[in-house]
Design a protein around this ligand. Structure first.
Ligand code: GDP
Ligand code: PGA
Ligand code: MN
Length: 613
């Protein structure tokens, strides 16, 4: 029976010679002996320490071209298309585990496994898992190396695709490794595609294993991921560390790790607002972060599109950073019309995954243009035939460095003080275009009751509505009831400095199934009202479920939207909402005594108001 090696310690009892694992000079002995223990377990053919350089990226590209993992995209300089195996295209929530000592600490919404038995299962799987392959050691920093809100980690992987993607998504290399010297304050993360190569065996373009484990050990801050090379399952710095493990660190250390975009909206008259927004995967974070306002005077600067770490500052305000270094965005639906910023950003140095290829060597996906061009090759490398489904996989992705976004804020690596937080999901009915929470506790209630239609970003039935509190359902590393309490406590700590909280919904549908709200750049109108609420200049009307724009307070100038649609976007139907509350109550019920009483109070208050409308 093979057990996983124990979590790394600050200094190992038995120091290992750095030369044995090819370690760079000056690497911390605790790091070196941990890497040695992983090498002993997984038995790779060789070991490479990533330095994050452009030369290294080119070497990885050459390896992947040779293996057929990627093909060039000639129309865009230094850009490539990776075609994954069709069985490895999205996050797998059913195979994602929180291995806390006590199942109560994982809570009712996570898959819990006993750490001891998981270490046995993984020990068996990782035993010899890297035979015949190169093991890459990737030291990285989330947030600028040494920054006040930053954290360090090391990912070990046997996938060159993962290393190349980590180059774009995190700060990889020597500076991060140096910062780990003399400390155990870094997160160890091990990933294997689980496809060892026998002597002389021919490799496949996208090796993987259909047995999957995306496992987190919150107490020892470890991540072990087996079987999949898809972003959310394999780029362990992202969802696994920066959300699941970091949310536990944040609980223990008094800060917040959230599934949010981060932007600055600036008016030419000098008004500035910093806003963070939590939407479930594939519900509009990247698009909002890169929004080009349709209303005059305003500009949006991108700070982040997926993850935000926030800490109360000495001035009592909540300060936020985007800990990532790049964007891993949904390709389908992205076009010159919906997100010209993203289109410009992807014109060079981009890794595409599972998009279609045109006859003249460019990429294509559904929604980029109205009609599919002639002579497409679909995401599986076949001549495009609509009978086989879409040309690009619905969860096809692009991976680029943040600095490539024309809208990136010049100071995007620095922390910003938050003015507003928004929550949203895909709700075809019921949830209004925008409303403000009455206070922080009501805002936490709104966050805790976010619900959304499932998207292609994870396995499951696309379109089914589920509760996805704070868009963190798949990403909270501990008991969600305790997470709600942590948010309520944060409000007490911030007091009058707390950001204002809002709910938005861009996804209301009419009877014909069309979107009622034009969305994208027009969402700036909603942000303008939010900025006005923060500044105390925009008018609102208190309703049973929250504060909505007063008549005329939402800037609709130049927008073709009939009165009927507008009314519908803000209509509160007591009966429908009361039955929604039945669902909320059932959802809350599963948390038992860990549900903060404040949320019950809020639920009862909303119900009382609806009953008395
Ligand atoms: P993320 O995964 O949360 O970052 O979501 P994205 O910003 O990548 O968007 C996911 C999908 O939703 C894409 O197909 C977008 O085109 C679409 N989308 C984003 N914003 C809007 C919007 O305001 N209205 C509509 N109708 N669709 C949107
Ligand atoms: P996102 O998630 O859709 O929130 O960008 C990426 C992922 O699925 O890992
Ligand atoms: Mn995104």
């Amino acid at each position: 029976m093979t057990l996983l090696p124990p979590a790394p310690t600050r200094s190992s009892a038995k120091p290992v010679k750095p030369a044995l694992v090819n370690a760079p000079e000056g690497a911390d002995p605790g790091v070196v002996s941990w890497v040695a223990s992983i090498a002993e377990l997984t038995e790779p053919a060789d070991i490479v320490w990533a330095d994050g350089s452009a030369e290294e990226y080119q070497r990885l590209v050459d390896i992947m071209l040779e293996a057929g993992t990627i093909v060039p995209v000639p129309a865009r300089p230094n850009s490539y298309l990776a075609r994954s195996n069709p069985d490895d295209v999205a996050r797998m929530e059913s195979r994602t585990f929180i291995c806390a000592e006590d199942s109560d600490d994982a809570g009712p919404t996570n898959n819990w496994r006993d750490p001891e038995s998981m270490r046995q299962v993984l020990g068996g799987l990782f035993d010899g898992a890297m035979r015949g392959r190169t093991m890459y050691v990737i030291p990285f920093s989330m947030g600028p190396v040494g920054g006040p809100i930053s954290k360090l980690g090391i990912e070990i992987t046997d996938s060159p695709y993962v290393v190349a993607s980590m180059h774009a998504m995190t700060r990889v290399g020597t500076a991060a490794l140096k910062a780990m010297h003399g400390t155990r304050d870094w997160v160890p993360a091990v990933h294997s595609i689980g496809a060892p190569l026998a002597e002389g065996e021919q490799d496949v373009p996208w090796p993987f294993n259909s047995t999957r484990y995306i496992s987190h050990f919150p107490e020892t801050r470890e991540i072990w991921s087996f079987g999949s090379a898809y972003g959310g399952n394999a780029l362990l710095a992202k969802k696994c560390f920066a959300l699941r493990i970091a949310s536990v660190q944040a609980r223990d250390e008094g800060w917040l790790a959230e599934h949010m975009l981060l932007l600055r909206m600036r008016h030419e008259d000098g008004r500035v607002m910093h806003l963070a927004g939590a939407f479930p995967s594939a519900c509009g974070k990247t698009n909002l972060a890169m929004l080009q306002p349709t209303i005059p005077g305003w500009k949006v600067e991108t700070l982040g599109d997926d993850i935000v770490w926030m800490r109360p500052g000495e001035d009592g305000r909540l300060w936020a950073i985007n800990p990532e270094n790049g964007f891993f965005g949904v390709a389908p639906g992205t076009s010159e019309k919906t997100n010209a910023t993203a289109m410009a950003m992807m014109s060079h140095d981009t890794m595409f995954t599972n998009v279609a290829l045109t006859a003249d060597g460019d990429v294509w996906w559904e929604g980029m243009t109205k009609e599919a061009p002639e002579g497409l090759t679909d995401w599986q490398g076949r001549p495009y035939d609509p009978a086989n489904g879409p040309a690009a996989h619905p969860n096809a992705r692009f991976t680029v460095r943040a600095e490539q976004a024309p809208s990136i804020a010049p100071d995007w690596e620095e922390a910003v003080p938050l003015d507003a937080i928004i929550f949203g999901g895909r709700r075809p009915t019921q949830v209004p275009l925008v409303m403000q929470a009455r206070d922080w506790e009501h805002g936490v209630y709104i966050g805790s009751t976010v619900s959304s239609q499932q998207t292609a970003a994870a396995e499951g039935t696309v379109g089914d509505i589920r509760r996805d509190p704070f868009a963190m359902l798949p990403f909270c590393g501990y008991n969600m009831g305790d997470y709600f309490s942590h948010w309520i406590d944060m409000g007490h700590r911030l007091g009058r400095h707390a950001p204002k909280i809002f709910s938005v919904n861009w996804f209301r549908r009419d009877e014909d199934g069309g979107f009622m709200w034009p969305g994208f750049g027009e969402n700036a109108r909603v942000l303008e009202w939010i900025a006005g609420r923060v500044a105390g200049t925009a008018e609102g009307v208190d309703t049973a479920i929250g504060v909505m724009p007063a008549t005329g307070a939402l800037n609709l100038e130049g927008l073709e939207l009939d009165q009927e649609t507008l009314d519908e976007l803000f209509e509160v139907r007591p009966k429908a909402w009361l039955s929604e509350l039945v669902d909320v109550e059932a959802f809350f019920g599963q948390f038992g005594h860990s549900l903060p009483t404040g949320l019950v109070r809020q639920l009862n208050h909303v119900r009382w108001r609806l009953e008395h409308m």
